[in-house]
Design a protein around this ligand. Structure first.
Ligand SMILES: [Zn+2]
Length: 186
């Protein structure tokens, strides 16, 4: 998992390449393609990849997927937060997220399919319903939430690469020094 997700509840995530306009990376805390649960998690994350592709390119974290994902998330969070409390609203914003609902459906359907196949799962037997060309997402969030999402994405699009550059600047001399000390010690 990426460094800023170390203590996260998530066991998989799809993120854009920080230094790229179209590349997408899928991260798994435990990658298990040999289990039903592991396969359905891959199906779930693959659906997010499809959403990324449908929502266009960008630069680093600044992608259509991230903007729309955050806009929908903020809208659900703020509409529920004041009435139900922020912890509940956070859960609703994830569970009822218009990009998570179809990803979980793909996940669940694929899980049921794997169970029905038992040990006979073959790539050639996978029904067409699981092979999708488009995610079918319709943007319905209101403008203030999209604006908030743009601001947050912009900030993270700048902070993440800067943090990584700073880390390299600090870590490189420390690493070289370590090598020198080891060299002297030998
Ligand atoms: Zn998801």
């Amino acid at each position: 998992m990426p460094w800023f997700m170390d203590n996260s509840f998530a066991h998989a995530i799809v993120l854009p390449g920080t230094w790229h306009y179209g590349r997408i990376h899928a991260y798994f805390s435990s990658y298990q393609p040999n289990t039903t649960r592991g396969l359905s998690t891959i199906a779930h994350e693959s659906f997010h990849v499809l959403q990324y592709q449908d929502m266009g390119r960008g630069l680093g974290l600044f992608r259509g997927f991230i903007l729309y994902y955050l806009a929908d998330y903020f809208e659900l969070l703020f509409k529920n937060g004041f009435k139900k409390g922020w912890a509940v609203a956070n859960d609703i914003a994830y569970r009822q997220h218009p990009m998570e609902i179809p990803a979980y459906k793909q996940d669940d359907d694929f899980c049921s399919f794997c169970v029905s196949q038992q040990t006979q799962l073959q790539p050639a037997n996978i029904p067409e319903q699981f092979i999708k060309m488009h995610c079918g997402y319709q943007a319905e969030h209101s403008f203030p939430f999209l604006l908030l999402a743009i601001l947050v994405t912009l900030i993270f699009s700048i902070i993440k690469p800067l943090t990584e550059i700073l880390f390299i600047i600090v870590a490189a001399p420390v690493w070289i020094l370590g090598q020198l000390i080891r060299g002297v010690g030998l």
